[in-house]
Design a protein around this ligand. Structure first.
Ligand code: OAD
Length: 255
């Protein structure tokens, strides 16, 4: 492990540009459930009932109940040492970009704690799957900060758009939906330009996000993976560090 950490540090020290890709595993030690694995959300919940446009059209009460539960649960979770170490790394390395598949907002909360209220560089944290604390109007597309308490007693009590009255939905990417082109485009650009892609806590099976390390690799860069388990991305990795992000990421980035 020490050898691996030294090699990874060496790669990071030589890189002019670094892209970081994170997944649910980076928030596991904050208490946010992951999706796959024995305790994962998709073990006990069917994505086709909860996380597709068809599910929302069929049963918006059920979909909102699930998102309201996750929203209030996540609001009570705190960034862990991996989020803080990554926020410090971004603050110290203005050319680094963080691409996250997480919708929990914990990277931004860590950034605000590290750098103060206005980080001024929200575009360096690219949330490719959206943000659970935001609503988006399913008619006009307007985005707004979402309420934590959602009245899911009848379809009439569900949140409506302040501008056009359309049905509000959580501003997250559902199965079968396209990612925001500007956001995923910026992530791919960062991946192409990076000499190192640091991958933390993702199973690496959901595309297009999982192509971020592949793009860095194909552009001549190196991949460093932090994950307790092997993943399909391991085969691209110059270094794989096996263990939890909360201890490995601070150790790797800040010694
Ligand atoms: P997954 O739940 O698929 O994978 C979580 C990964 O984190 C696994 O590889 C675990 O081994 C690893 N892990 C668990 N605990 C960890 C820890 N303490 N430190 C580091 N790693 C740990 O989550 P994602 O890869 O993020 O999409 O899933 C990708 C997408 O699938 C999600 O964004 C979501 C889901 O469907 C949407 O909702 C669109």
């Amino acid at each position: 492990m020490t050898d691996g950490v030294d090699r990874a540090r060496d790669l990071l020290a030589r890189a002019r540009r670094v892209v970081v890709l994170t997944g649910a595993g980076v928030s596991a030690e904050s208490g946010v459930p992951t999706f796959r694995g024995s305790q994962g959300l998709w073990r006990s919940h069917r994505p086709e009932d909860l996380a597709t446009p068809e599910a929302f059209a069929r049963d918006p009460l059920l979909v909102w109940e699930w998102y309201a539960w996750r929203r209030s649960f996540i609001a009570r979770c705190e960034p862990n040492p991996a989020h803080t170490a990554l926020a410090r790394y971004l603050a110290d390395h203005p050319t680094a970009t963080l691409v996250t598949q997480n919708v929990d907002g914990l990277h931004q909360r860590a950034a605000r704690a590290v750098r103060g209220a206005d980080t001024g560089d929200a575009d360096r944290v690219l949330e490719v799957h959206g943000a659970i604390h935001r609503d988006r109007c399913s008619s006009c597309g307007l985005r707004a900060v979402g309420a934590e308490a959602i009245d899911t007693s009848t379809p009439q009590t569900l949140p409506r758009c302040a501008s056009c009255g359309g049905a509000l939905r959580p501003d997250v990417v559902w199965f079968g939906e396209a990612l925001d082109e500007a956001v995923i485009g910026a992530a791919f650009r960062a991946a192409r330009e990076a000499e190192v892609c640091l991958v933390v806590g993702t199973s690496g099976v959901v595309y297009p996000a999982a192509s971020v390390p592949e793009i860095t690799r194909a552009s001549g860069g190196s991949v460093v993976e932090v994950n307790p388990e092997e993943t399909p991305l391991t085969r691209y990795a110059a270094v794989s560090l096996r263990g939890p992000a909360g201890s490995l990421v601070p150790h790797l980035l800040h010694g």
